[in-house]
Design a protein around this ligand. Structure first.
Ligand code: ATP
Length: 567
């Protein structure tokens, strides 16, 4: 059993592969982009014609015809712009839909397996990437080659104008890129400080009651404020820097506009170009610099999106969709361990140190041992959810990770030590959030003896539980967790200290439930700390420091004969 499942599909480059599926849209966007850029020459040509032809010939008909033509071309320009932005938005929505499912699954997998590519912001990365791909970034990419076309037209009007265009474009680019580079490192600091600040806060809010009980608030606030102040400081740096950058870019733009006009005027005075061309070249220069403006605007977004693309690609590559055996109908719940070693980060010694055990299908195994012996770790290995395990857990002879999780999940029941209920109703929790399970939910509740308890709650099965079942008592949560574990009559049930929070009534119900599971031939593992549950168990496994200290059948003591009172 390894962190990466043996039966994983071959890793493709998923984000790239999905993006390549948009070739047709890209082609249409490029075609519309071509027309909209070409038609941007309209105002220039119109201006030149009005100045150099109409003004000289004084022909009103020519002016009317030219104006009509220009209006028509503007209409086509507007349509091309609208069509490409619509295409982009639609492609973005489709990209999001295609990726969402993979990203959600892979982030969950990464968290479960605790791998380096686990990132709490994978879905934000996806949004970031989509926004870039459907925003100015794409326009910048499509329109940038047109800089050369506009510079070429300027060159044709007069070579000096062409050279000026190239120089201005290079100056604008240099100012923007240097500025953005400086800003990128400042942005990174703000982001890191923000994450640190919000992580600190949300971590502490989770323990609000303890904080209140110990009167720790003032100390925690002091610490949080020092983190928060750092964030504020970095943010002020960013604002300062971006204002300076904006001011520099504005200066460069205004200086360029005036210089182009001056150059045009100089050429017109010397008779190299007409007055119309002089005015038109100002508009043309604007066209040539526009895509550069887009590049500048979207540069920081581009840098962030490139990082998001990298993170998403690594995440999806490290966690490809898992496939596996699905023939669960043949299962009978026999489990074997072969050289099972469980490790954890930051520990030199493994938690479980090579277990070789065979459990019979349909038996109830009690697992005991001192605190920290590795019982909960074994429970998670039995379910195939321990991230760093070597050796094998065989379910009916097949390594557990080779079963498809979707197929095997409903056949496994698990009550974790800290129960882990989710925000939702009682019914939803018992149903494992699967729709259409009403009958099974009631059956599971009846089999665990909580049906009446639930009916007496304010809204019965529709009672909301609050975050992590916070509106219920410890015992109620444990009993609901038990009902969830046995929903749908799973083949293998793993119960981690199922009676930790139970009173006598709850424990009696638990014993009945386990006896019922046994009668149905289910394989049950239960971690126990008190002997009460041993009477429904067939065998007792005692772990000590990650090794088997004892594994033997439980001999049920015959009840001592009742003493009869002697008259
Ligand atoms: P208890 O009866 O107190 O619940 P246990 O026998 O169930 O104890 P485990 O929870 O399996 O013990 O833990 C065994 C050891 O492994 C402990 O020393 C624990 O600190 C360590 N451990 C458990 N989970 C992790 C983890 N995710 N990372 C690092 N160490 C871990």
């Amino acid at each position: 059993m390894t962190a990466t499942p043996a039966h994983a599909e071959p890793a493709a480059a998923p984000v790239k592969a999905v993006l390549l599926g948009f070739k047709r849209e890209a082609l249409w966007i490029a075609i519309f982009g071509f027309f909209s850029n070409l038609l941007m020459l309209t105002p220039t040509l119109y201006m030149m014609q009005v100045f150099d032809r109409v003004m000289l010939s004084n022909s009103e008909y020519t002016l009317a015809a030219l104006s009509l033509l220009a209006l028509l071309l503007f209409l086509v320009l507007g349509f091309a712009e609208w069509a490409r932005s619509r295409l982009l938005v639609r492609a973005g929505t489709r990209f999001d839909l295609l990726m969402q499912r993979h990203v959600f699954r892979a982030s969950f997998d990464a968290k479960l397996r605790n791998t380096a590519s686990a990132s709490p912001q994978a879905l934000n990365d996806l949004t970031q990437l989509r926004q870039f791909l459907t925003g100015n970034g794409v326009y910048a990419a499509i329109d940038t080659p047109w800089v050369l076309v506009f510079a070429g037209v300027l060159y044709l009007i007069h070579p000096w104008l062409g050279y000026a265009a190239v120089v201005f474009v290079l100056i604008t680019l240099a100012v923007a890129l240097i500025g953005n580079k400086v800003m990128a490192s400042r942005h990174a600091k703000v982001q890191a400080a923000q994450i640190q600040s919000s992580n600190y806060l949300s971590g502490k809010l989770r323990n609000a009651e303890t904080i209140e009980a110990f009167g720790m608030l003032a100390d925690l606030r002091r610490r949080w404020l020092s983190i928060h102040d750092q964030h504020g400081l970095h943010q002020a740096h960013v604002h300062e820097g971006s204002h300076r950058l904006q001011a520099t870019i504005k200066y460069v733009q205004y200086a360029q506009q005036s210089l182009v006009l001056a150059l045009g005027a100089l050429l017109a005075i010397d008779g190299h170009i007409t007055a119309g061309a002089m005015l038109a070249c100002n508009a043309l220069m604007g066209n040539a610099l526009r895509p550069i403006g887009l590049v500048v605007q979207s540069w920081s977004q581009f840098v962030e999106s490139r990082a998001a693309y990298g993170r998403l690609s690594t995440l999806l590559q490290d966690h490809p969709p898992r496939s596996g055996r699905t023939d669960v109908a043949e299962l009978n719940g026999q489990i074997s361990l072969r050289g099972l070693v469980a490790k954890a980060p930051g520990r030199e010694q493994p938690i479980l140190k090579g277990l070789d055990l065979d459990f019979r299908a349909g038996e109830v195994v009690a697992i005991a041992g001192p605190s920290g012996a590795g019982k909960s770790t074994l429970a998670r290995c039995l379910l195939g959810i321990w991230p760093d395990a070597e050796g094998q857990v065989l379910l009916d002879g097949t390594p557990i990770e080779q079963w498809s999780r979707e197929a095997i999940g409903p056949h496994l029941g698990y009550l974790p030590q800290d129960i882990e209920l989710f925000d939702g109703t009682i019914a939803e929790n018992i149903a494992r959030f699967e729709d259409g399970q009403e009958t099974q939910v009631i059956e599971a509740a009846k089999r665990t003896g909580i049906h009446d308890m639930v009916l007496h709650m304010p809204r019965g099965y529709d009672t909301p539980m609050g975050e992590a079942g916070s509106t219920l008592s410890g015992g109620q949560r444990q009993r609901i967790g038990l009902a969830r574990a046995i929903l749908g009559d799973p083949l293998v049930v793993v119960l981690d200290e199922p009676n930790a929070n139970l009173d006598d009534v709850g424990e009696a119900a638990l014993i009945r439930t386990v006896a019922d599971l046994k009668a149905r031939g289910r394989t049950v593992f239960m971690i126990v700390h008190q002997p009460n549950l041993l009477r429904v168990a067939d065998r007792l496994l005692v772990l000590d420091n990650g090794r088997v200290a004892q594994f033997a059948a439980i001999r049920v003591e015959a009840p001592a004969p009742k003493e009869t009172a002697t008259p």
